[in-house]
Design a protein around this ligand. Sequence first.
Ligand SMILES: C[S@@+](CC[C@H](N)C(=O)[O-])C[C@H]1O[C@@H](n2cnc3c(N)ncnc32)[C@H](O)[C@@H]1O
Length: 497
Amino acid sequence: MNKRKNSAAKKSGIKRKQSNKFHSNKQSTPTTHKSNKSQGKNLTNNKRGRSKKTITAEVTCTGLTKSGKGIINWEGKQLEIEHLLPGETAEITVSTSGKQVDAALKRVITTSENRVKPMCSYYYECGGCQLQHMNEQAQKHFKQETIEKLMKPFGKPEPILTMDHPYDYRNKSHTTFGLNKDRQIIGGLYAQNSHQLISMDRCLIHDPKADEIWQTIKGMMKSFKIQPYNEDTGQGFLRHVLVKVGKVSGEIMVVLVVASPVFKGKNNFVKALRKAHPEITTILMNVNNRKTSMVLGDQEKVLFGKGTITDTLCGLKFDISAKSFYQINPIQTEKLYAKAIEMAKLSGKETVIDAYCGIGTIGLIASQKAGKVIGVELNKDAVRDAIRNSKRNGVKNARFYQGDAGEFMVEMAARGEKADVVIMDPPRSGSDEAFLSSVVKLKPKRVIYVSCNPETQVRDMKYLTKNGYEVKGIQPVDMFPQTVHVETVAEMVLKGV
Ligand SMILES: C[S@@+](CC[C@H](N)C(=O)[O-])C[C@H]1O[C@@H](n2cnc3c(N)ncnc32)[C@H](O)[C@@H]1O
């Protein structure tokens, strides 16, 4: 949907019109389809004056795309239908305008045994989760298959590590506020790839306490005369509420992301919020006065508490700032890190580089089994946390540096320094040639590549395998149940050592 449509939708009451609403018909007798067939036609003109043809067709889903959409073949074209499962037959609408073909689900006719009723009542409008209509087994199978296809050039991945309770896992959530058509304050999440706010009271993958807290804040806004920020007009004050929860410690950080540094009545607001939620351990104000889709701005002020929360992961304690990255699913993170460190095969003597180290989690855990650890990270708050975390855990053999990981590695290679193991965990965009070519120059015996985006990981692994490394193991971990995302850790070793 384009921006104009979005803002029109916002003005008209914010909720997105459900484009792919379907009515599952579990009772319907499965029909056999020799081919996908068109049923009805309807001609209209679109805005550009091109004739738009909309037809209804009955189709059978043949598979899933990597984003979890159902694949159907229609008049020689492969189309993608959200929320349709392999083997299902369905009635869909297909709209063609010039070369553009849009297909949407109208009704599922025969239902897959893998289909379940989504637990979340906002599932079909939100889009934050993409797989809630699949049972756990089907989600697992889908993720395993996706990773196996992507990683085919490197061998067979291990079975994905899933979690027992695949809900409530997110330790970080951010909520946005707006006004509905009756000018009542609403809060919730943006529909995926859009800025349309879906009014909701609970997200089933968030920590439940985080949702309780922002609900309280929403309820307080009227009496404190706090207006939600409006992206289109630039008016209003409260943009987002970010909540971070220490799942082990129980510590809770609330960040009020506001459009102006002038927060009238902030002391009373903080007092009232703490009274309602004594479990909150720190409250910050973050000022974001830019026209941006980024949640956090540059200015930050601690309104209560120490400004960070502490949590325990793999037996160590970590301080986490508002702007620092911390893995969002700690139960699965412990499995991921344990695997990464097992793959590093440390003997106690190695020099380990923890690249893209965030608050130093992987490096500090690895430091217990390594000679020394060198961490590098771009975000200065995260580096400050990493240094503090090193001290608080009594780690003497780790150093953390702020900078671009690629540049840092180029300099290390130029100085002729040595590293035995590189553990890298870049952002979704993956690493870059400066970094990878320096790895090749430094010749560490092992490269352990942790990634939340297997596509960029595969791209970077291809570079390394063309330049002297071979892949010894691949472990997918389901860090993001109900969504299409998968975390993967790969073990690469230098050939011939
Ligand atoms: C996926 S996180 C991993 C953090 C950490 N390894 C962990 O498990 O918590 C990626 C990290 O890379 C950092 N980052 C992004 N671009 C970077 C760059 N060019 N150089 C160094 N760090 C970067 C981000 O700030 C973020 O902390």
